[in-house]
Design a protein around this ligand. Structure first.
Ligand code: C2E
Ligand code: MG
Ligand code: MG
Length: 714
């Protein structure tokens, strides 16, 4: 026989069955299990529909959570069993064939909503019950008073019939009578209760006003009061109650007895503690989470005089690689192991470890001596990570970078401290990782400026805060100006003029380099057009040329060729008047795809210069593959020629490079020429063009025009 595939209705039913089996033992319902399942079925349907609805409605989850309370599932276990069951089976049985990842996210959101709905309904029910108790208290007060005045028998009936604990004492606090419910709550017999005094029942967690209210009541100054109060049971366990105490007066209105009504709230309190635990702990590792850590840090930072704090901010090195290569399950196991090890590093009073998320952990130490302690703590953490973690039979080496912040309480807020720790951790990481670094206010400030610059970059382009300086390129043979290199600057409203080294890396990092680079290209090409119009150059030298730097990101941007063509056409500048400078390191290991746009530009006549040549792994053999027509020798070569006579080895190297370049049909430009001696030396070695302070510093465009004019006429 071939089994019929289940329809959606069967699968829904199966989910409801599993759910009811899981939760039934934890309910206080009077229904049978199958009846209970019928009760859960419509809730299961709501969850199922919410899971697959077009837009996820969290209210549905909340409503189901609240419905659980209505179905007497108020036990702490009922919620967690429900959530476990929904987590494991809802998508499986009710997800249909939707995308799994999406369904899992929705299921998780529904679970959060259910927990919230559950907690809210429970709170509302508690309030309603407290209200009911107050009413009952008032009624009882009336009834008991009557009973006292009437017969002993009726008085007993009230006592024993009540579901809540009732006790009576005289105004000195001597216990006169208690009912069965109260004895059961305390777990004692009537004999042991007799002869005891109310005042013995102090508890360390008594609210400060508890006993003041009591005194006022027995003095006849108040009729009743209501508190939450804990009691020790004889076996040492704690009973939590909602306690209402009322004053009973005699027929003449004189205070005579006190009457206590109490409801056992121990379980509800446990549930609340558990909900609080879940809200403040990381589900994967069981460590305190960010919320709890912030609370503790805030407390540590608010501590009094002579108190200090020390914080280690740990980020695992290369965790992403482990996650990507071995899968998330392996990554999770690694995190759990790391969490366990960290926890064993911070066991002293005043120390704690928390997981902030992902592979980021923090360890906190507090007290008067954290200067020494925090170093030791960081050392223990590094040690704890040394032993490899074994996962699926593989030994994984775990390394981490730690940023340490230490200081007196009362000066900084938690956010500032954490930011400093984070910045310091990144410093440890960029120094190679597997180390700890101590926070340094200056380094912090630099990082903050860097951060500030990064965020200000996009608006700076819109607000026209960038400008370009031009540095002439001079022909070494005849000293004529042949063109200029465009060098961008940022006129920052607060920091003044910033050089490209301050912001180009940031712009590369954020991608802003593409529009910024396009702007530089556009501006400089138009500038070249103006020079050409005012100073045409002569037949020997051709029109003045413009050199523009290109970042690696621009190279791989698909619009590069088209943008360049458009810019040249719009300005009316010939391609052979443009030279694009690309650093050697950007082309190392470049494949044909990356070289293609450069090749296209070169075929159109644009010159490509290899900038800063000699700083990378100058693979000379590689030069033949590249669509390059100019080598720009890095400044470091020129520096070796500062004195006269120059270092003979430097001379040999440059000579070698120049002759190789020329044999490959490449022109050679030298950078950083600062003296006449250098210029002369480089000319003798056969370099073609030069650039440097000896000729001119980078400056406004008109300066170039003047220089070019001078050498044309001079
Ligand atoms: P680079 O392309 O190698 O530019 C030459 C750098 O050397 C310039 O620094 C220039 O001011 C400096 N310099 C020129 N002559 C001398 C000299 O005689 N002695 C010394 N010590 N230095 C000299 P700058 O302007 O700070 O530019 C630094 C780098 O920023 C440039 O190096 C270039 O890689 C990059 N850059 C500049 N503008 C742009 C741009 O528009 N786009 C991109 N992607 N990068 C740019
Ligand atoms: Mg350059
Ligand atoms: Mg350079």
């Amino acid at each position: 026989m071939i089994a019929e595939p289940d329809g959606p209705e069967d699968r829904l039913r199966r989910f409801a069955t599993i759910w009811s089996r899981a939760v039934f033992p934890a309910t206080s319902t009077s229904l049978t299990r199958p009846e209970f399942e019928e009760r859960l079925l419509p809730l299961a349907r709501r969850l199922s529909e919410a899971l697959r609805a077009r837009n996820l409605d969290a209210e549905e989850g909340k409503a189901v959570g609240a419905a659980l309370i209505a179905a007497h599932c108020t036990d702490p276990d009922a919620l967690s069993r429900t959530l476990e069951c929904v987590d494991a089976y809802l998508v499986l049985y009710c997800g249909g064939d939707g995308p799994q990842e999406d369904l899992r996210i929705r299921s998780a959101r529904l679970q959060h909503a259910m927990a919230a709905g559950f907690a809210q309904a429970l709170r509302e029910r508690t309030l309603a019950e407290q209200e009911a108790i107050s009413v009952a208290a008032l009624q009882a007060q009336g009834v008991v008073a009557q009973a006292l005045h009437a017969t002993e028998a009726r008085f007993r009936a009230v006592f024993e019939g009540a579901a809540i604990g009732i006790g009576m004492a005289d105004l000195e606090g001597n216990i006169l009578q208690v009912n069965g419910a109260l004895l059961r709550m305390f777990g004692i017999t009537e004999q042991t209760m007799g002869g005891r005094n109310v005042r013995e029942w102090t508890h360390p967690e008594d609210a400060p006003q508890t006993w003041t209210l009591y005194d006022e009541l027995v003095r006849g100054e108040r009729e009743h009061y209501h508190v939450e109060k804990a009691f020790y049971r004889p076996d040492g366990t704690v009973l939590w109650t909602n306690l209402t105490v009322s004053l009973l007066r005699d027929a003449d209105g004189n205070p005579q007895y006190q009457l206590a009504l109490m409801e056992d709230t121990t379980e509800r309190r446990l549930l609340n503690l558990r909900l609080r635990y879940e809200a403040t702990h990381d589900a994967l590792t069981g460590l305190p989470n960010r919320t709890l850590f912030f609370e503790r840090l805030e407390k540590a930072l608010g501590a009094g005089d002579n108190q200090r704090f020390g914080l280690c901010y740990l980020d695992l090195d290369g965790f992403k690689t482990i996650n990507d290569s071995l899968g998330h399950a392996a990554g999770d196991r690694l995190l759990v192991e790391v969490a366990d090890r960290l926890q064993s590093c911070a066991t002293a009073p005043g120390e704690m470890v928390a997981r902030l998320g992902g592979d980021e952990f923090v360890a906190l130490t507090t007290g008067p001596d954290t200067e020494r302690e925090v170093d030791e703590l960081a050392g223990r953490i590094m040690n704890a990570l040394i032993t490899p973690v074994s996962i699926d039979g593989r030994d994984l080496t775990v390394r981490g970078s730690i940023g340490i912040v230490e200081g007196p309480a009362g000066e900084r807020g938690p956010a500032e401290v954490l930011r400093s720790a984070d910045i310091t951790m990144y410093r440890a990481k960029s120094a190679g990782g597997n180390r700890f670094e101590l926070a340094d206010p200056e380094a912090d400030a630099r990082a903050i400026t860097r951060h500030g610059l990064t965020t200000a970059l996009p608006a700076a382009l819109d607000r026209n805060e960038f400008f370009i300086e031009y540095q002439p390129l001079v022909h070494l043979g005849d000293g004529s100006v042949r063109g200029a290199e465009a060098l961008v600057r940022w006129l920052h409203p607060q920091h003044g003029v910033l050089g490209p080294d301050r912001f180009i890396p940031l712009a590369e990092h954020t991608g802003l380099i593409v529009p910024l680079g396009r702007w530089v290209l556009d501006q400089s090409v138009r500038q070249a057009k103006q020079w050409q119009e005012r100073h045409g150059g002569n037949d020997a030298t051709g029109p003045l040329r413009i050199n523009v730097n290109l970042s690696p990101c621009q190279l791989s941007h698909p619009g590069l060729v088209q943008d360049t063509v458009d810019i040249l056409e719009r300005a009316g500048v010939r391609p052979d008047a443009l030279c694009l400078e690309v650093t050697e390191s950007a082309l190392i290991g470049a494949d044909d795809d990356l070289l293609k746009p450069l090749r296209q530009l070169a075929e159109m006549g644009v010159d490509i210069a290899l900038d800063d040549f000699g700083t990378g792994y100058s693979n000379l053999a590689n030069l033949r593959r590249l669509p390059v027509s100019i080598l720009k020798l890095d400044r470091s070569f020129t520096q070796g020629m500062q004195q006269f006579p120059a270092d003979p080895v430097d001379l040999k190297i440059v000579e070698g490079i120049v002759s190789l370049a020329h044999s490959l049909n490449l022109a050679v430009t030298v950078e950083g020429v600062e003296t006449g001696a250098q210029a002369e030396q480089l000319r003798i070695l056969g370099c073609d063009t030069a650039q440097g302070w000896y000729y001119a510093r980078p400056g406004p465009p008109d300066r170039l025009h003047e220089l070019a004019l001078v050498d044309a006429t001079g």
